[in-house]
Design a protein around this ligand. Structure first.
Ligand SMILES: O=C(O)C(=O)C[C@@H](O)[C@H](O)[C@H](O)COP(=O)(O)O
Length: 376
């Protein structure tokens, strides 16, 4: 018997023995119970979530689990990026130990990128590895963070600096769960969708330019298509380079600038990760245009498409004083891709033609950023 409903899209992440499916579409959550039942030794799971997601979705998830005879223990954390901390990692591990979790148990991450990232890291550490399933409830998590096994917590010194590659065993991307999401969160996730067009799929970028409003309005066909195309794009890159030795760094387009902005803003909720990535992608294209790498008309088009969806493409103001170019460059040097004093930057020769520039000229970047911050 197939456990996949016909209207769902299944995307496979091909990683040999650690391969897994991503189920995409409205109602995918109905597959959680049957799929888990086939994996579990004991009919129970641990569910990590945040307080907002618990209020919106716990009843439905518990019902889906108990329909398959699975009981669940729940831990709900405070929503927000600051939750991705070392102290919460310890609290989660303690909760799992207290609950008697062993390696055959499964930790279900029910939430956005923050919950998925900290749950994955907890699962990787728990008795050196328990099972882990992602049920992303934000658009950003459905198209990006739930796929590919990057898990982490933040450090005051930078974003995601403490982490591991640890793959989930299943991802359930139920687009119906997005209906309770605030418009701002949807837009933040949309930035990561645009990223796939910018990396290597100009036809998808064209499609988004024409259909972005349908995606953001959660038109059933458009949202399923956009999530599935995004997951397929990410799955292909992850299958080629699971641990970011090369091509996977393309997925970091916009993130070197974006992470620096997030860290400089102390991860406050007035700048969401996807919002920072939107600004970071626009900066990468404009920096490319300023240095003769990117056609200026492509940089303008990227800015236009991001702004048309309600995202920002320029560095905003900040509580307590404007961002400075020098602090952003200092934070960029903390990037995980940096090595031997060199900071790689993901740039583009045009829309859909991203490449890894191995050694950014930080003096030129700082000069460019001075013109982008209120210093300029
Ligand atoms: O999966 C990847 O690889 C990515 O870079 C995807 C990013 O969009 C994502 O935000 C990731 O968590 C950032 O990774 P990091 O290594 O720059 O912390």
């Amino acid at each position: 018997m197939s456990v996949t409903a016909p209207e769902l899209e299944t995307v496979s992440v091909d990683l040999g023995a650690r391969s897994y499916d991503i189920l995409v579409g409205h109602g995918a959550l109905d597959q959680l119970g049957p799929r888990l039942a086939a994996m579990l030794k004991q009919s129970r799971v641990f569910v990590l979530t945040d307080a907002n997601v618990e209020a919106a979705h716990r009843a439905r998830v518990e019902a889906a689990l108990s329909a398959s005879g699975i009981s669940s223990s729940w831990l709900a954390l405070t929503p927000g990026e600051k939750t991705k901390s070392f102290s919460n990692l310890e609290a989660i591990l303690d909760w799992l130990l207290e609950g008697g979790a062993d390696r055959s148990d499964i930790l279900v991450a029910l939430g956005g990128g923050v919950i998925g990232d900290i749950a994955g890291l907890s699962a990787s550490l728990m008795k050196r590895g328990m099972g882990f399933v992602q049920v992303p409830t934000t658009l950003l998590a459905q198209v990006d963070s739930s796929v590919g096994g990057k898990t982490a917590v933040n450090s005051p010194r930078g974003k995601n600096l403490i982490g591991a590659f640890y793959q989930p065993r299943l991802v359930i991307a139920d687009t119906g769960l997005l209906e309770t999401l605030p418009a701002r969160e949807l837009r933040a996730g949309y930035a990561e969708i645009v990223k796939y067009g910018l990396i290597n799929d100009p036809a998808f970028f064209d499609w988004l330019e024409a259909n972005g409003a349908r995606v953001l309005a959660l038109d059933a066909e458009a949202i399923t298509y956009a999530v599935a195309v995004s997951c397929r794009a990410k799955a292909a890159i992850v299958a080629e380079d699971e641990t970011e030795k090369g091509v996977r760094a393309l997925l970091n387009l916009g993130h070197t600038f974006g992470h620096a902005l997030e860290a400089a803003n102390d991860y406050r909720p007035d700048l969401l990760h996807g919002e920072a990535v939107s600004i970071g992608m626009a900066l990468a294209f404009r920096y490319g245009a300023a240095t003769g790498i990117t056609p200026p008309e492509d940089a303008d088009r990227v800015t236009r498409v991001l702004e048309a969806s309600g995202l920002q493409a320029a560095i905003p103001g900040r509580q307590g004083g404007a961002y400075t170019a020098s602090e952003l460059v200092r934070l960029m040097q903390q990037d995980k891709k940096a090595s031997g004093g060199k900071v790689p930057l993901i740039l583009a020769r045009g829309i859909g033609q991203a490449y890894i520039h191995p050694d950014a000229d930080l003096a030129a970047v700082e000069d460019f950023l001075r013109g982008e911050t209120s210093e300029g």
